[in-house]
Each structure stands twice: as structure tokens, then as C-alpha cells.
Design a protein around this ligand. Structure first.
Ligand SMILES: [Zn+2]
Length: 593
């Protein structure tokens, strides 16, 4: 693989301002020397994602990810290092050196390029068909029955694939694309007899774009009553992954950033109507249940969502599943249930943008929605139903990341199920704890030597309760830190002259990459790895005393071997007795030593 020269990489790194790059997708707030925001790589509601401009790195105390500006692009765009360098070079206008690409690299890049071009041609083709006399009745359908304006049709680049056999295929072949490329693009299907035809025939064509606007797939809607399936979509291709695409985001991402929430609808036409109504931050999932990847894409823009699904049972079940997923990803979720049994598409056609805006105001927090829906399904006057209902809702509650919200939910749940609050709270805590233990253990990067539980405990508390921990840290003397592999981290923290609440980020700035990694991974543990910080301090003092006792014993042995039993030996012996007593008196919990 041809690699970029290091000088080029350094040049890109120097030019690519990490705050600007991260700020493209994460909204950052300046806090002291660093910038803070919600981590785009895990769900969270309070910012633990730090970006340091001067040192050029980012770090999340929540999930432990971190690295430089290239690493950020790699994680965010799911690409390799070389491609991240290339992306940033392009963005910051640094000429990319001519390089010998390997055959394979050239092939994949060229392949993807060709697939994108094929889609460009297809968009133009389908739009021409819609504008042609053959498309007249489809235009009529869009304007009259679907209630779309010519402007919306244009913005969404809607087109028409006429009934014919392979008009698009012929056109693409003439433009020089190979038959294999056409099949790979998903726009041409190969039949069992080996013949090849256009996949989309007699369908309304809706282009699906990445959030950058590049069209990578199509949704094709049936135009006849008995035409099956009603929606035929592009298959997954090297440029299209269904679970990672949110329909319409390319058109509304500016609105999402502006208002800081997203309305999620199900279908293309739901999207089209809400979008046409003007200024709503809407995206659509289009036929799939919301996926974690889609949630993570949304996270780059906002952490608040309003679900607006079909009022039918399937739609409401989808809303339920999606809201649970979003909450687990750290979103604040509201659910909007439209009156009159219509989906957003028909509702807006009937009630207009104002009607929709009014309903938006009445959207309910998803917990209320879930509780009401579950309570409506179970006759809660019966004991067994109440137990069943409680059990299901406990599972939901266990996934609520914020303990305060969890307790609130418990109280409302208790009210609905007619159980005392304490019982429900206890059950929820139990369920949440079980969930935590199911998570795989975090990898702790190793510094030189062993890191004691007491050290980890102090570091963890330092991040999660800096105010309470700094005073205990002050009790540690330089001698207490001697020989500890985390000595530098703890000493650096002691020497900080910032407000206690700024300690975690200020500390990160001053540590080596390896120490910063250790700090972040300890902090990412879901609960404190040790008991209270004061006991951790005691434990470290105990370690020091043990070490000093060993020194005294060594010195005693030396003197005795020399046959010395004078005052020096006597003094040492007395010192030893004193130390042994002190050690016994201290006795921190065994696991901390
Ligand atoms: Zn994170």
C-alpha cells in the first residue's frame, strides 16, 4: 500500500484545526482551555467529550475513545488512516502528493467512483422521464394526489422509471459503464436466464442520498394498485449501507443543527410533506426500524428527537422500539401521536403546517407514551397482568442511563402498577446493575508496572467527583507516591491550580498519551473500582509504610550480618516495632492493598 510521506501527514495535521473538524459534527462549548460536547461515539446526556486545540487531541471520559484529528475522522467516517489524511488534506486545501496507488486501491476507488457516476446518470434519466410526455400522469399524481409542489419534487429529485425493459441499462452502457458495474450498482438485475434488465420499471423513483448529498441508492414506489412490492429499494452495494443512511438528512441537516432536535418519520412521503411544510428538522428511516448506526449519525447533529410514526399498531410498535433504542443511545425522546388516524403525510395534507406544529407542541416524553401504551394493553386491575406489565417496564427502566430519570420513571410506574415506589426503585436498580455486569470488561492500557485498586479508585473519583476528591488527594505526600505507576498522574493533579470541577480536563491536557488513556479508561468504568477516596489514600499510605518497613528490615539484616548490636541496631528495631503497629492500626480493606 502506497503511504503518504510523513512530512505531508505532519503538514495536514498542522493545518487541520481539530476544534473546527470536530465542531462540524459535534456542537462544542469552550470550557477553560478545552472544548466540551456530547460524545458522538457513545450515547450520553452530559458532555464528557473533550477537545484540546493546542495539543490537537480529543478524548471522551465516558467511553474512553480518544486520539488526534485523523483518529476522529477515522472513527466518524469509518475509514482508514490514509483516507482520513486525504479527506482532511482536501478540506484544508493541501495538495495531495502524487503517489503510486496499488492496483487494488485504484480498483476500489475507481469502482466506487463509477457507482456514484452511475447514480448521477440514473437521477438525470429518471427526472427526464418524469418531465417527458410519458411522465405526465405521474406528475399529475404527485401534484394532485400527493400534494407536492413542483419545487419539492425538484428538491427531492423525484423521477419516473417507465415500464420498458432496459432503457436505463442501454443508456449507461452507451456511456461506457461495464455490464458488471451496472449489476453491482443495483440498478440492473440479472435474471436466471442470464439476461439483464432495469431493476426499476414503472415506478416512482426517489433518490436516497448520503448526508453530503451524493445519491447512492433509490427507493422505487409502485404505481399500479396490484404492483408488488409497493416499495422496491436498491440492494446494498459498495456505496450504500441501508442501516447507515437516514433519508433526507442531506436536505435538513442545517435545520437540525439550528433547532437542535430531529423529527423522525417513517416514509418518503411523510418526509416530503413535513419537509415541504417548511423549516422542520425532519429525517426518515424508510421502511427499516431505526438502527443504532442511524442513531449515531443523528448524534452528530443533536441529542433530542421527536418520533412521529403511523398511528396504527405497527407504527406505534416501531415508535416504541425506536424510542427505547434512542434512549439507550442517550437521546431525549418525545413521541408525537397524530389524531385522526393519519400518518404525517395525510395529516399535513389535511391540516397544514400549522396543524402539524400544534401537534408537535403536544408531543409527550417517550416514557409517558410507553407507560400509557403498556397500561392500555394490560388490564391492570388483575394481579397477573400487573406483574407482567411491571416486568416489561422494569426492562425498559433498566436501560435508562440517567439515575434521576430512572427514579422518576419508577415513581410513575409504581403509580400505574399500584405498587409502592420503593419496591419499584429497588427492582430497577437491580435490573440496571445486572445490565452493567453483562457489559464486557473495559481494556485498561497498561503503564509500566501494576496499577493498584486504590490508585484506580482515586483516579476514578477524581474524574467523577473532583470537588470531593481533591481534598483527599492533598493528603498524599511525595513519599506516598514514590514507586507508584500512576505517581505522575496523581502528582500532576495535586499541582493543578484550577477550580476542582475543571480538574479532569486540565489533567488530561498535561498527561502523556499513555497516561491520558489510562485515566480515560479508568474513568469509563461504570462504577467506582474501589471504595471511597479517603480509604484509597489510606491504602496508598499503607503501601508506603510497607515499603519503608522492608527498607528497615533490609538495613537490620545488614547490621546483624556484620554482628552489630549497638545503638544503631536498637534504634532500627524500635522503629520496626513502631511501623508494624502502625500498619496494623491502618489496615485498609484487603483488596486495596
Ligand atoms: Zn464517548
Amino acid at each position: 500500500m502506497a503511504l503518504f510521506p510523513q512530512t505531508f501527514i505532519d503538514e495536514v495535521r498542522a493545518a487541520a484545526d481539530i476544534v473546527a473538524v470536530v465542531g462540524d459534527s459535534v456542537s462544542l462549548r469552550k470550557a477553560g482551555a478545552t472544548y466540551k460536547g456530547l460524545c458522538p461515539f457513545h450515547g450520553e446526556k452530559t458532555p464528557s467529550f473533550n477537545v484540546n486545540r493546542d495539543r490537537g487531541f480529543f478524548h471522551c471520559f465516558g467511553c474512553g475513545v480518544g486520539g488526534d484529528v485523523f483518529k476522529f475522522i477515522e472513527l466518524q467516517d469509518k475509514i482508514g488512516f490514509q483516507e482520513a489524511v486525504r479527506t482532511l488534506a482536501q478540506r484544508f486545501g493541501i495538495p495531495i502528493p502524487e503517489m503510486e496507488a496499488t492496483g487494488e486501491q485504484r480498483e476500489t476507488a475507481a469502482e466506487r467512483e463509477a457507482l456514484v457516476k452511475i447514480h448521477e446518470v440514473a437521477v438525470a434519466h429518471f427526472r427526464e422521464q418524469l418531465a417527458s410526455p410519458a411522465g405526465a400522469r405521474i406528475r399529475e399524481y404527485l401534484l394532485k394526489e400527493r400534494g407536492l409542489t413542483p419545487e419539492t419534487i425538484d428538491k427531492l429529485q423525484i423521477g419516473f422509471a417507465p415500464q420498458g425493459r432496459d432503457a436505463l441499462r442501454q443508456r449507461l452502457l452507451k456511456q461506457g459503464f461495464s455490464p458488471l458495474q451496472l449489476v453491482t450498482s443495483g440498478l440492473v438485475s440479472r435474471r436466471d436466464d442470464g439476461s439483464e434488465v432495469d431493476r426499476f420499471r414503472n415506478r416512482l423513483m426517489i433518490p436516497i442520498a448520503r448526508d453530503t448529498g451524493t445519491v447512492v441508492a433509490f427507493g422505487g414506489r409502485a404505481l399500479e394498485k396490484n404492483q408488488q412490492p409497493k416499495y422496491l429499494n436498491s440492494p446494498e452495494t459498495p456505496i450504500y449501507t441501508k442501516s447507515r443512511t437516514l433519508y433526507g438528512l442531506n436536505l435538513t441537516k442545517g435545520d437540525l443543527r439550528k433547532v437542535r432536535y430531529a423529527i423522525i418519520v417513517e416514509g418518503y412521503f411523510d418526509f416530503a410533506q413535513v419537509y415541504q411544510a417548511g423549516g422542520f428538522p425532519v429525517v426518515a428511516t424508510c421502511g427499516t426500524a431505526l438502527t443504532p448506526q442511524q442513531a449515531q449519525i443523528l448524534h452528530r447533529f443533536t441529542s433530542k428527537t421527536v418520533l412521529c410514526y403511523d398511528p396504527d399498531s405497527a407504527g406505534q410498535t416501531a415508535a416504541e422500539r425506536s424510542s427505547e433504542l434512542l434512549v439507550a443511545e442517550g437521546f431525549v425522546v418525545n413521541v408525537m401521536t397524530l389524531p385522526g388516524g393519519g400518518d404525517p403525510d395525510t395529516f399535513i395534507q389535511k391540516n397544514g403546517a400549522e396543524g402539524f406544529r400544534e401537534q408537535l407542541k403536544h408531543s409527550r416524553p417517550y416514557l409517558e407514551f410507553l407507560l400509557d401504551r403498556a397500561a392500555a394493553e394490560h388490564d391492570l386491575t388483575r394481579d397477573d397482568n400487573r406483574r407482567e406489565f411491571l416486568k416489561r417496564m422494569l426492562g425498559v427502566a433498566a436501560r435508562i442511563p440517567d439515575p434521576a430519570v430512572r427514579d422518576q420513571f419508577a415513581d410513575r410506574l409504581a403509580h400505574k402498577a399500584r405498587v409502592t415506589e420503593d419496591v419499584v426503585r429497588a427492582e430497577i436498580r437491580k435490573a440496571a446493575a445486572n445490565r452493567k455486569t453483562e457489559l464486557p470488561a473495559e481494556r485498561v492500557p497498561s503503564l509500566q508496572g501494576h496499577v493498584r485498586k486504590a490508585e484506580k479508585g482515586l483516579i476514578w473519583s477524581l474524574v467523577h467527583d473532583p470537588v470531593g476528591t481533591m481534598q483527599w488527594l492533598g493528603q498524599l505526600e511525595p513519599e506516598d507516591l514514590k514507586g507508584l505507576s500512576t505517581a505522575n498522574i496523581l502528582r500532576t493533579a495535586q499541582e493543578l491550580e484550577v477550580r476542582p470541577e475543571d480538574v479532569p480536563s486540565a489533567l488530561m491536557e498535561r498527561l502523556s498519551t499513555q497516561e491520558a488513556e489510562l485515566l480515560a479508561s479508568v474513568a469509563a468504568e461504570p462504577s467506582a473500582p474501589a471504595v471511597l477516596p479517603d480509604l484509597c489514600v489510606v491504602a496508598l499510605k499503607y503501601v508506603r509504610l510497607e515499603r519503608e518497613l522492608a527498607d528497615v528490615q533490609r538495613e537490620l539484616n545488614r547490621l546483624q550480618n556484620m554482628g552489630d548490636s549497638g545503638p544503631a541496631s536498637m534504634a532500627l528495631l524500635a522503629r520496626k516495632t513502631q511501623m508494624v503497629r502502625a500498619l496494623e492500626a491502618m489496615k485498609p480493606p484487603k483488596e486495596l492493598q
